[in-house]
Design a protein around this ligand. Structure first.
Ligand code: PBG
Ligand code: ZN
Length: 325
């Protein structure tokens, strides 16, 4: 008797019956770049993604919610004059992120899950994710109170989840203590446990105007050659109080998503980052690949590897074009 695996591949219905991976709108998190300035401006290296004013952001979130995209990740794009060596703009009450979060919560309340990026790189003159000294050394412990204060501002405005992406040591503990001390015991922390340094974030830095003005991020973001180090950092983050763990970029780290899943520490969020998205768009424009299909295959691979949720610039397209429902 021949073993016929093809029997269960015969029809779409049969294939659906035995499908092991599910990708639904609830699994996706849509990033937003929010600016003070009214209106929207396009980002050349992230086709279809814009920087938007607060009003326009609320309007877009309303459309996304109707399509089932319930989670947003907010990145602030502050004005140039809000950048400084001490990064104090990051915890300004009038900052663009607290304003946007408050507007979203006022409009949609519990129907929307608001996540915010917590990092200094859009607020330091250096473009680095932490404070730096005269020699250009990125200062760890001096950065922690700023991150904690920034997270608190987001929580006060109504953020459900704060997501530190800076990669300083001890930031989760610092943020948890600050939040709890101010009564925000229910604000969750999604910690970037595994975040590799490298070339994957280029289009994002165009969008957020957050490129480092000197050097690179290798003294704080992880070395892509390492896997065990990331698993250890994930454990430390959970011990410090992280509720969920981020792995980033996603496709180059499917092995780590899988291993983290097996470690069963916390829900896993994978970040399908800017250049993962833009590479597909560019190749599609060249007519070399079928971009829509390829993008969906990316997202399914990330879910199959074990991610509970995926941050992706393709979220809106996935629901609008009916790739998923
Ligand atoms: C801020 C931050 C970055 C990304 C998420 N948060 C940029 C960086 O670390 O340089 C990258 C996201 C993407 O490329 O889509 N620290
Ligand atoms: Zn940063």
């Amino acid at each position: 008797m021949l073993n016929r695996s093809r029997r269960l591949r015969t029809t779409p219905a049969l294939r659906d019956l035995v499908a092991e991976t599910d990708l639904r709108p609830r699994h996706l998190v849509q990033p937003y770049f929010v600016q003070h300035q009214k209106g929207v401006s396009e980002i050349a290296s992230l086709p279809g993604i814009v920087r938007s004013g607060i009003h326009e952001t609320v309007q877009q979130v309303e459309k996304d919610l109707k399509r089932g995209l319930k989670s947003v990740l907010i990145f602030g794009v502050p004005d140039a004059h809000e950048k400084s060596p001490d990064a104090k703009g990051c915890h300004d009450h009038e900052g663009v992120v607290p304003k946007a979060v408050a507007a979203l919560k006022k409009a949609f309340g519990r129907d929307v899950i608001v996540m915010t990026d917590v990092c200094l790189c859009a607020y330091t003159t250096s473009g680095h994710c932490g404070l730096s000294d005269d020699e250009g050394v990125i200062l760890n412990d001096e950065t922690l109170p700023l991150l904690a204060e920034m997270a608190l501002r987001h929580a006060e405005a109504g953020a459900d989840i704060v997501a530190p992406s800076d990669m300083m040591d001890g930031r989760v503990a610092a943020m948890r203590a600050r939040l709890d001390g101010a009564g925000f015991t229910q604000t969750a922390i999604l910690s970037y446990a595994i975040k590799h340094a490298g070339a994957y974030y280029g289009p994002f830095r165009d969008a957020a105007d957050s490129s480092p003005k000197f050097g690179d991020r290798k003294t704080y973001q992880m070395d892509p050659r390492n896997a065990r180090e990331g698993l250890r950092d994930a454990l430390l983050d959970v011990q410090e109080g992280a509720d969920m763990l981020m792995v980033k970029p996603a496709l180059p780290n499917l092995d780590l998503i899988w291993r983290l899943r097996e470690a069963q520490l916390a829900p896993i969020c994978a970040y399908h980052v800017s250049s993962e998205f833009s590479m597909v768009k560019a190749a599609d424009r060249m007519g070399w690949v079928s971009g829509d299909q390829l993008m969906l295959e990316h997202l399914i691979a990330i879910r199959r590897a074990g991610a509970d949720m995926v941050v992706t610039y393709a979220g809106r397209e996935a629901v609008e074009k009916g790739w998923i429902s």
